[in-house]
Design a protein around this ligand. Structure first.
Ligand code: ADP
Length: 314
């Protein structure tokens, strides 16, 4: 019998919220993310042996999102073995493109592979949410669900957890600018208002329904009209230097819509086709280069697969 002792995985970056869908919508990028190696150990417990590609992330299992997720899973399995984790970050913490989610989702998927898939996809999402609870104080699923499942993902309900895959057009592209400043999810949550005026709520749920309908119907105009956030963006965009300019130039370059990725500071734009996405990339570059803040740009299709195993020798 083949017994898997070690697994190497890729965990994608994710864009959550997607303008109108605060805490409920998200999708993975295809070419940005973390890699991890997870090995079985004979001794109980979780050891994080290496973190590369990011500064200042904790090696203590209880303080690292991947350690917390691994500990919960091993506890649930009730076994005498443990795991060892190496993390190669492709996404800086506090990026707004799901850095903590990639580590959480990656370890959830990886441990499930190592121990012959004892858990359902839904359970993997629930384990990964514990990592998000550590990172931001709230066990949100809008990054970890798409990171695990792939494709556009709707968290219809949290209690009970109900995750729905939303089909999306083949030619939908995403351009992301990631300013190299850290906005902590915990901070950008604290500035939000608890109460929402009814007329704003009506507008927002009209947009959420419109976006989902547009994705399913391949209706790019409807997607574009629906990419509007009247509740969160007006407050959070204040934390992001150059937000209004990036949005204006992206829309002028042909974006269907442009908004804050997750809790920021990353800004995403959706578009039809790679050519437009490339023009938007140039527009974002233009908008940001005078600000004196370093940034990274990403261009990607909406990734149909989520976290996945990599061939060992890559
Ligand atoms: P992001 O939107 O990029 O996920 P968050 O603010 O949600 O950013 O999460 C980053 C926080 O999670 C930081 O405080 C970071 O120290 C903590 N953290 C713990 N473990 C990890 C990890 N393995 N990867 C990324 N962040 C981690």
């Amino acid at each position: 019998d083949f017994v898997m002792k070690k697994v190497r995985i890729f965990a994608p970056a994710t864009v959550a919220n997607v303008s109108c869908g605060f805490d409920i919508l998200g999708f993975p990028l295809s070419n940005v993310g973390d890699e991890m190696v997870i090995r079985k150990r004979e001794e109980k417990g979780v050891r994080i042996t290496k973190i590369e590609g990011a500064e200042g992330l904790p090696l203590e299992a209880e303080k690292n999102v991947s350690g917390v997720v691994a500990l919960k899973m091993l506890e649930k399995l009730g076994i005498d073995q443990g795991v060892e984790i190496e993390i190669y970050k492709g996404i800086k913490a506090g990026s707004g493109i799901g850095s903590s989610a990639a580590s959480s989702a990656g370890v959830a998927y990886g441990i499930n592979q190592l121990f012959a898939e004892p858990f359902s996809t839904q359970q993997l999402v629930e384990f990964a949410m514990e990592g998000e609870r550590l990172a931001s104080g709230v066990a949100h699923a809008d990054n970890v669900a798409p990171a695990i499942s792939g494709g556009f993902t709707l968290v219809r309900s949290y209690h009970p957890l109900d995750v729905i895959a939303i089909p999306s057009p083949d030619d939908l592209y995403c351009t992301v600018i990631h300013p190299q400043i850290e906005v902590r999810t915990a901070d950008s949550r604290n500035i939000l208002k608890e109460k929402v005026p009814l007329k704003d709520a009506v507008q927002q749920w009209g947009n959420v329904a419109g976006l989902v309908a547009g994705l399913i119907k391949n209706d790019y105009d409807l997607i574009g009209r629906s990419l509007e956030d009247v509740i969160i963006e007006p407050i959070r965009s204040i934390l992001i230097p150059g937000f209004d300019k990036v949005k204006k130039l992206s829309v002028e370059a042909g974006a269907l819509g442009c908004g804050i990725s997750g809790s920021g500071p990353s800004i995403f734009a959706l578009s039809r086709g790679k050519e437009t996405a490339t023009r938007i990339k140039e527009a974002m570059n233009q908008a940001y280069k005078e600000l004196g803040i370093d940034f990274e740009l990403h261009l990607s299709k909406i990734c149909a697969s989520g976290v996945r195993t990599l061939p060992e020798n890559i």
